[in-house]
Design a protein around this ligand. Structure first.
Ligand code: 3HC
Length: 689
């Protein structure tokens, strides 16, 4: 055995050179790994006793791609292209032996080998699109040559990996390995070396570049299919253009197109934001200051109090991963309705082919109903998901205190109320935590985990791990009204209301936010949530535009009218009634209406969010700026290609943000615009969040 360097080894076994990469956690193609592979290949080629070469990885996975953490620094030789060229031009046959995930540059490495064999559970993908990129090491030119144009387009635009069976069917791998991948790979390449002759190179394969469906039709179809989902993103279209180059140009010309478009994306703001977000998301799961030895509790059974839209959605998360869950409602009718809605949701998913019918039954069977909290005595985690009323929540928690087993975690799904006050209703505040799911709870990825003053480390650690288990992205936050997400959102809504009052049509405000990349604007979102949320019908006195709309029965989408009018398909149309009402309200409150530019709307809606984020950081409510960005991307549809509010502020420049806040403060005389001390001091030091 020869250590090529501290990441790569070279073993010569039975006339085969085995190059093994051992660079945890995911064998990414860091400089040391690239250097090791390159030297390993050259040593194998120079050794006359070697007939063939195996490239494999130790640890949990085959190469998971280029090392993203190196993207910001100057590239160092040997570049990935140099290594791939060496593999592609090898005079001895090479096989990639793949387990785990061959992703991005990892799959591109495998595509430069003559052969690929893989374990049955291996996965293969080009996920660069998720980083705002395209595969820049030949992936867009080689993949269609081996799996065909349609499949390649689907893989590069979705970034989703395919499994080993699919890979075998499409020709991406030559052989499915048995238990011993390494031994199988050595045998395989020895046989190939013994047969001799030319060994196939993916670049030479032209056959799969055409099919019975004309390529133009395939490209047009894909563009149409992904248009809505990829609105605002550059990378999907660039990926498509590379595959177009693969079918219309010779290989080397196609490589040039790929290289040019890759560099354009790599140097652009979108990819920077998406790379930043890749690490932000992973960082969010880490909690500083919790001792490694802190015990994690077992969660084998869950209780949910409230079977409405929220409670039902929460329960589905548990059933989806095989955890039994009991829903408690106050009466049989509500319980039946809740369980019925869950079944309908699953059946809808099954009817779209995204769930097997037998899974509908398995999941529904995991969800039971009860009419009393006594039924939750054996639950490890109990989540209260009733409406936002402190007295009701306190009553529930005092009853849970009596019923729940001593080790149970008692969680509230409150989106704004004081968790510490709720915890005081129990004799065990250390067991109380906030688990704030976002609606629809079975779909939205974000989980705000709210740490009370007395919540124990063990409960926090357990909930962070549990979030991962139910496939949520968790961020740990502290207690304050609205926590991180809703507290910041309030700032946007406040300014959206004001600019509308000052004369910007509701549809203009929403269009500005939609064009920025949000899935919908502030007023459409308010209509969706229901304008009567938190509205006090009995004491309503026409104080705000929203009050007046509710008084007219315009409560949002559910009443087919709110800030907009809605048709039966819930499509919004601007309402003259609302425009008149807002103008009238402006007059009554002494506000002079004027034309407002899109830029002013954008600044006034977005910059207060940044300022509030800075205050949240100052107060220690969020652990890091990147956690706020994770909350916004996963909970509120902030476009990931803008990284989140704090990354967006960094990209604008913090002194620019401070200058604009101060300008509005001066213009309006309103201390709402006062920049937070943290923001000011970072701006003065030329720093960033
Ligand atoms: N570069 C650097 N670090 C990486 C990495 C990469 N490509 N992929 C994963 N990591 C790190 C993560 O940051 C994390 O670090 P941490 O423990 O310090 O937080 C650690 O590896 C483990 O990652 P996950 O927590 O994501 O582990 P999972 O087991 O859940 O997932 C994975 C493993 C499926 C490999 C997932 O990490 C992943 O999807 N990675 C990214 C793959 C990718 O995007 N590859 C393409 C890169 S771009 C490229 O190759 C360009 C080329 O075309 C030229």
């Amino acid at each position: 055995m020869v250590a090529v360097n501290n990441k790569v080894r070279l073993d010569i076994e039975q006339g085969v050179a085995v190059i093994s990469i051992d660079s945890p956690p995911v064998n990414a193609l860091s400089h040391a790994v690239r250097e090791g592979i390159y030297n390993g290949v050259n040593q194998a080629l120079a050794d006359d006793s070697v007939g063939g070469i195996v490239v494999l990885c130790e640890g949990r996975t085959f190469i998971a791609g280029a090392d993203i953490s190196e993207f910001g620094s100057a590239p160092k030789e040997p570049h990935l292209h140099t290594i791939l060229e060496a593999l592609d031009q090898s005079t001895k046959p090479v096989v990639a032996a793949i387990h785990g995930t061959a992703l991005g540059g990892g799959l591109e490495t495998a595509l430069c080998c003559n052969y690929r064999i893989a374990s049955a559970n291996a996965k293969f993908g080009l996920p660069e699109v998720h980083l705002g990129l395209l595969p820049g090491a030949g992936g867009t030119q080689r993949l269609p040559r081996i799996v065909g144009v349609e499949k390649a387009l689907s893989m590069v635009t979705s970034g989703a990996p395919i499994g080993a069976e699919d890979a075998l069917k499409t020709g991406l791998i030559d052989l499915m390995a048995g238990e011993d991948l390494r031994a199988n790979a050595i045998d395989f390449i020895r046989d190939k070396a013994a047969i001799g002759g030319d060994h196939p190179r993916v670049r030479d394969n032209q056959e799969k570049l055409s099919s019975s469906v004309p390529n133009e039709e395939i490209f047009a179809g894909v563009r149409k299919m992904i248009a809505r989902k990829t609105r605002g993103f550059l990378a999907p279209e660039y990926n498509i253009q590379c595959i177009e180059a693969a079918v219309s140009k010779p290989f080397d010309e196609g490589m040039k197109t790929e290289g040019k478009l890759f560099m354009e994306l790599m140097s652009g703001a979108q990819s920077k934001a998406q790379q930043y977000f890749f690490f932000a998301e992973r960082q969010a799961s880490k909690v500083d200051g919790i001792d490694k030895t802190t015990p994690e509790l077992q969660i084998a059974k869950v209780g949910v109090i409230g079977g409405g839209l929220m409670g039902g959605g929460i329960a589905m998360n548990m059933a989806n991963v095989g955890i039994p869950v009991t829903i408690v409602e106050t009466n049989q009718t509500a319980l039946d309705r809740g369980l019925g809605t869950i079944r309908k949701n699953y059946e809808n998913t099954a009817s779209k082919g995204r769930l097997r019918l037998e899974d509908v039954e398995t999941r529904c069977n995991l969800i039971n109903g009860a009419l009393d909290v006594d039924a939750l005595a054996d639950c490890d985690l109990i989540i209260e998901a009733v409406f936002e009323n402190m007295a009701v929540k306190k009553d529930i928690f005092s009853r849970l205190d009596v019923v729940a087993k001593p080790t149970a975690i008692l969680a509230s799904n409150t989106s704004a109320l004081d968790l510490n006050e709720i915890a005081q209703a129990t004799s065990r505040p250390e067991s109380v935590i906030g688990l704030h799911f976002f609606s629809p709870a079975n779909v939205m990825k974000l989980l705000e985990i709210v740490r009370g003053d007395k919540t124990s480390d063990s409960v926090i650690k357990t909930c962070m791990a549990f979030a991962k288990k139910i496939k949520k992205v968790a961020t740990l936050v502290g207690v304050c009204p609205g926590f991180v997400g809703n507290r910041i959102l309030f700032m946007r809504q406040h300014q959206a209301n004001l600019v509308a009052l000052e004369g910007a049509p509701v549809s203009q405000v929403d269009k500005v936010l939609f064009d920025f990349g949000f899935p919908m604007g502030a007023f459409q979102m308010a209509d969706l949530a229901g304008l009567d949320l938190g509205w006090d019908k009995d004491n309503s006195n026409s104080e705000t535009v929203k009050d007046r709309l509710c008084e007219m029965g315009r409560c949002g989408q559910k009443t087919r009218s709110g800030f907009y009018d809605y048709d039966d398909s819930r499509r919004p149309a601007p309402s003259a009634v609302v425009a008149d009402l807002i103008a009238d309200h402006a007059q009554k409150t002494g506000v002079i209406q004027r034309q407002i530019s899109d830029q002013e709307i954008l600044d006034r809606c977005i910059l207060p969010m940044v300022n509030e984020g800075a205050k949240i950081l100052e107060e220690g409510i969020a652990m890091r700026a990147s956690d706020i960005d994770v909350v916004y991307v996963y909970g509120y549809g902030w476009p990931i290609y803008r990284g989140g509010p704090m990354h967006y502020a960094n990209s604008l420049g913090l002194s620019e943000v401070v200058a604009k806040l101060r300008a509005y403060q001066q213009q309006t005389g309103d201390d709402f615009w006062e920049p937070s001390p943290l923001l000011v001091s970072l701006a003065e030091q030329g720093g960033q969040f």
